[in-house]
Design a binder for this molecule. Structure first.
Ligand code: NCD
Length: 305
């Protein structure tokens, strides 16, 4: 049994085998429709979610399993002051695997320390989001056919964006990855990434404030939303929120086969006019999220086809 709290809990080989399984699931959905027949997944969402929660629930249902949980912590006993540790001790009596999103960094890790069933971190505060990263890696493989040897631009809120943190950690496991970190000065990537994942010999990075000036050299552009809920001060959010918007005019400067990804939800970072271009991968990305989560649930529950 294992937990997935941060992306480095998985080896490169494990990531490759999950992507392979996700591809097989995608081509032959019916073959997997009963593999988790006897199992149930609890989804505990202490923070808002659309894609992550629904894709996990859809994934488990399509594998023949059952789903229980809550989408609003105010309807759970957390509202009465119950600790995460106590909640997990109880929920593990009712389920075989637990997916948890929480506004506090480290909450899923704390949950996993005592848990007797696998715990999946579905996003902890401004920290990590490893299953979004699996989705992103799966999408980059679909778009580019490789994870190493790429130049990827990460644009927007690199400070609070947990999807960015996990994706940087993941891609730093591959060879010859060049990161272009595009953000306002105030929302630069945290130092722990620059001293850790970004400091490895197999990767390089630059920081810039300009999307227009850096887009031409990118293979992949990963846009992100400014994370309003992590700001201490609304005025700062308002000042920074519309700094970047990818438009057709900006795309004219890009290579023809630039793949544009976004974990969604989007606010204003990508103009809707971009949605119909060939390089727009973000809605497909949301669909791949379901396939890779099916593969992950199967692997964690040791379910076989
Ligand atoms: C992301 C998240 O929750 O961190 N959303 C998602 O899971 N697809 C990104 C975001 O909220 O901006």
């Amino acid at each position: 049994m294992y937990h997935l709290i941060k992306i480095s809990d998985l080896t490169k080989d494990k990531i490759a085998s999950l992507i392979e399984l996700a591809n097989d699931i995608e081509t032959d959905r019916r073959a997997y429709s009963k593999v988790c027949e006897d199992a149930s997944l609890a989804s505990l969402f202490f923070e808002p979610s659309t894609r992550t929660r629904l894709s996990f629930e859809a994934a488990m249902l399509e594998l023949g399993g059952k789903v229980l949980g809550f989408a609003d912590a105010s309807t759970s006993s957390a509202a009465k002051g119950e600790s995460v540790a106590d909640t997990i001790r109880v929920v593990e009596c009712y389920s075989d695997i637990i997916v948890m999103r929480h506004p506090k960094e480290g909450a899923p890790y704390a949950a996993s320390r005592k848990a007797s069933v696998p715990i999946i971190n579905a996003g902890d505060g401004g920290h990590n989001h490893p299953t979004q990263t699996l989705t992103d890696l799966h999408t980059i493989m679909k778009a580019k056919g490789r994870l190493g040897g790429i130049t990827i631009g990460l644009c927007g809120d690199l400070m609070f964006g947990r999807t960015v943190h996990s994706l940087v950690e993941a891609l730093s496991m591959y060879d010859d990855v060049h990161f272009v970190l595009i953000s306002p000065e105030e929302l630069r990537a945290p130092d722990y990434l620059k001293e850790g994942a970004l400091n490895k010999p197999n990767v390089t990075f630059v920081e810039t404030e300009s999307l227009d000036e850096s887009i031409s050299g990118l293979d992949v552009l990963y846009m992100t939303r400014v994370q309003r809920e992590r700001f201490f001060n609304e005025a700062d959010y308002v000042r920074l929120k519309d700094r970047y918007c990818l438009t057709l005019a900006t795309l004219k400067r890009a290579s023809r086969d630039l793949a544009v990804l976004h974990p969604l939800p989007r606010v204003n970072e990508i103009a809707p006019e971009v949605d119909d271009t060939e390089g727009a991968w973000y809605f497909k990305q949301a669909m791949y999220g379901k396939h890779i989560r099916k593969a992950l649930i199967m692997d964690m529950l040791e379910a076989r086809r």
